[in-house]
Design a protein around this ligand. Structure first.
Ligand code: FAD
Ligand code: NAP
Length: 338
């Protein structure tokens, strides 16, 4: 195992911001036994960080511990009554899983087509897009406990899922390594076109009775049009979460900003579009040093010109301050900062 650990590895190819930092030690996990070996050698007693596709991470400095890249592969399924249980290994590319399900006529993941990253990371921030969240299809995951060396199964109720949150991002941050996820897909699920952009594009294509393949294609098309491609413009998707605020806060904001973009969650709470708040502060398409704000969606910070991670972090701090000054809303970073 020792020989699998590489020293002083550039992380530039392993993070979608394309930040040129180094990891002091780097190991790629292609078999689950590798994790047991690392444990037996005491390597989890030092600083370590698990990495999937690096699409939700901002490195602000060299990583001085052991970086563990999960590269476990494989997808399979069983059918039980009206459900398909699809099990994928943690290193599978999320979008490959989405298309595996579409090819097998399993509904449920199509609205989350083209989200970058891996299966293993999908429960960590309860990924979501276009009205679907991972928690709606999650059944269980198998995780390696780095404190005991045991493999543990988590079921949906164990995971404390909420908007872009889970137990793996809070209480158990950096304790469990997710090696396998099982999704429970309802074979009679109906298609969800509730997000306006999907309906508009289906109408453009004159599709009245969309299939799950149509939805995945439409979602992929909208995403490519709107979001920067990390292979050419470094980014990690939405940098901030959309804030959920009490009704009283929305009522206060509506007095000064009657056009504020908001969505009802329930009787007491509303979601604000963080991208709109940032745009109102004048940041859309602007730059600060090598960092920038994407011209098509102000929620996405970009590596505009060989930015350091520190520059992108500083831009995010400036934006946090500006949004607070104008709206008295405290945005929260969605991207993991190291
Ligand atoms: P990484 O960035 O490698 O890791 C993210 C976090 O999870 C880190 O804290 C890491 O330590 C931890 N982690 C990773 N793998 C494991 C594992 N196996 N076990 C335990 N912990 C692990 N997100 C959405 O929710 N919806 C979107 O629509 C969306 N769109 C995006 C669009 C673009 C262009 C980009 C660049 C990003 C987007 N994201 C979106 C964010 C990102 O794709 C997701 O958060 C994704 O799940 C990250 O996967 P990853 O494998 O790259 O994780
Ligand atoms: P958008 O369509 O411009 O909408 C802005 C925000 O308003 C979205 O973030 C979305 O919140 C919310 N919204 C829009 N229509 C809604 C509806 N009918 N009901 C409830 N909320 C609604 O957003 P976008 O930037 O192009 O993103 C489209 C989808 O992809 C969103 O779901 C977004 O979350 C997802 N996405 C996520 C990331 C990421 O890194 N996390 C990056 C790109 C895209 P929600 O975010 O809560 O859905």
């Amino acid at each position: 195992m020792e020989s699998l650990i590489q020293e002083n590895v550039s992380l530039k190819p392993f993070n979608t911001f394309g930040i040129a930092v180094q990891a002091k030690q780097f190991v790629e996990i292609t078999k689950r036994e590798h994790l047991s070996q690392l444990f037996n050698e005491g390597l989890f007693k030092q600083d370590f960080l698990v990495l999937g596709g690096g699409s939700n991470i901002l490195f602000t400095q060299d990583y001085t511990g052991l970086l563990i890249k999960i590269n476990l592969k494989g997808i399979g399924y069983t059918i039980q009554q009206n459900h398909s249980f699809v099990t994928a290994q943690g290193g599978e590319v999320w979008n490959d899983l989405v298309w595996y399900c579409i090819d097998h006529q399993f509904p449920g993941l199509e609205n989350m087509a083209l989200i970058p990253g891996t299966v293993g990371a999908s429960p960590v921030q309860n990924i979501g897009a276009y009205g679907t969240e991972l928690m709606h299809v999650f059944y269980s995951c198998l995780a390696f406990d780095t404190t005991s060396g045991q493999f543990v199964t988590f079921y949906k109720d164990d995971c404390n899922f909420s908007y872009r949150e889970s137990i793996f991002k809070s209480k158990y941050k950096n304790r469990y390594i997710i090696i396998e996820v099982t999704y429970k897909l309802d074979l009679s699920a109906t298609i969800n076109t509730s997000y306006g952009a999907i309906e508009k594009e289906l109408s453009n294509r004159q599709i009245q009775h969309p299939t799950i393949k149509d939805i995945a294609e439409v979602v992929s098309y909208i995403r490519v049009e709107k979001l920067p491609d990390p292979s050419t413009v470094g980014n990690a998707g939405s940098f901030f979460k959309n804030p959920i605020v009490p009704k009283s806060t929305l009522q206060r904001l509506l007095i000064d900003f009657p056009e504020i973009v908001h969505y009802k969650i329930d009787e007491k709470s509303y979601k604000l579009a963080a991208g709109w708040l940032i745009e109102q502060c004048g940041w859309k398409g602007k730059k600060q040093g090598g960092a920038g704000v994407w011209h098509n969606q102000a929620l996405v910070l970009i590596n505009a010109n060989q930015a350091t991670g520190q520059e992108i972090f500083e831009l995010s701090s400036t934006i946090l301050n500006d949004v607070y000054s104008k709206f008295e809303i405290q945005l929260e970073r969605e991207v993991n900062i190291f």
